[in-house]
Design a protein around this ligand. Structure first.
Ligand SMILES: C[S@@+](CC[C@H](N)C(=O)[O-])C[C@H]1O[C@@H](n2cnc3c(N)ncnc32)[C@H](O)[C@@H]1O
Length: 280
């Protein structure tokens, strides 16, 4: 057997099962070419003869599972992805929240943060509001299942395509919230003071994340099957304050999967839970 020969159907199924077990991501034969492309180089680096041997390594090595998760997740993201959402945040959510909760501290969760652009975009808009309303206090938590991509988020170092959104839509923010040095463009300390990143699997109960007023759960539900989406949404709701807002990605909808969320406008939902109710 060698790596250039395709894996047996049973081995493929076992690899799909490993993906599901460690990430909740649902894969099937239609995804095999993509998965094979991602695993092939890793298997060669490890000097393993084929995919079956790689399965045995996955069974015994927690370090390899971490690398596997980094490889099988899709981390595409960018600053100001889906402009309508950022207009909603700046013009509707922040003014309304500030009026409803004077003196409180706003908590925002970027729940599949990838390399951090979503969390930093949120921080820039909160800073812009704070410039006009200095009483605003806020904190942003970015989480992801991939340790590798979280390292990029924490570094806050960007360039190329990832920066296009901010350069095109809000070029003045590049001057304000990034610094340039020999290494490239990096988020500045003003933003860093407001954002923390940590590992969290959305299938786990969010016990120690606290309660949020706004959750960005964008472009991640699409990777889960219906049951997975239900489980993840129930978990996410456990970390939402009564009346908190949930924002999903452009090709995602809660209409078939979630209870406890009220539709507010496309991509935007509200946690229906009232103050006295216990989370589901
Ligand atoms: C396509 S990115 C979305 C990034 C950003 N939210 C956006 O919309 O631009 C999807 C992210 O979900 C993460 N992810 C996949 N499964 C996950 C899970 N079970 N728990 C937490 N994060 C997960 C991936 O690692 C990846 O970084």
């Amino acid at each position: 057997m060698d790596i250039d020969q395709d894996a047996e159907p049973a081995v493929r199924r076992a690899l799909f099962e490993q993906v599901r077990r460690h990430t909740g991501i649902a894969m099937n034969e239609r995804k095999w070419t993509m998965l094979k492309g991602r695993l092939r180089r890793r298997i060669m680096t490890l000097g393993l003869p084929d995919y079956g041997d790689y399965l045995r390594v996955l069974d015994t090595s927690a370090d390899e599972v971490r690398d596997f998760i980094d490889l099988v997740t899709t981390n595409e993201t960018s600053f100001f992805r889906t402009p309508r959402i950022w207009e909603y945040l700046a013009c509707e959510f922040l003014p309304r929240w500030s009026a409803a909760r004077p003196g409180e501290s706003l908590r925002i969760w970027s729940a599949a943060a990838s390399s951090g652009e979503e969390a930093w975009t949120t921080a820039m808009l909160c800073e812009e509001r704070r410039a006009q309303h200095p009483a605003l206090r806020y904190a942003i938590v970015g989480t992801d299942i991939s340790d590798g991509i979280l390292a990029n988020a924490r570094a806050g170092h960007y360039g190329g395509r990832s920066m296009e959104g901010v350069r095109q839509q809000r070029p003045e923010l590049v001057q304000k919230y990034f610094r340039s040095d020999a290494a490239g463009i990096t988020v500045n300390d003003t933003l860093r003071a407001q954002v923390t990143f940590r590992r969290h699997n959305l299938y786990d109960t969010p016990r120690d994340l606290g309660a949020f007023d706004l959750v960005l759960l964008r472009n991640v539900l699409i990777y889960f099957d219906l049951e997975g989406q239900k489980a993840v949404l129930a978990n996410v709701r456990r970390a939402m304050r009564p009346g908190a807002v949930l924002i999903v990605g452009e090709s995602e909808s809660l209409s078939r999967v979630a209870t406890g969320f009220a539709f507010e406008q496309p991509l935007i939902y509200r946690n229906e839970e009232r103050e006295h109710e216990q989370p589901a």
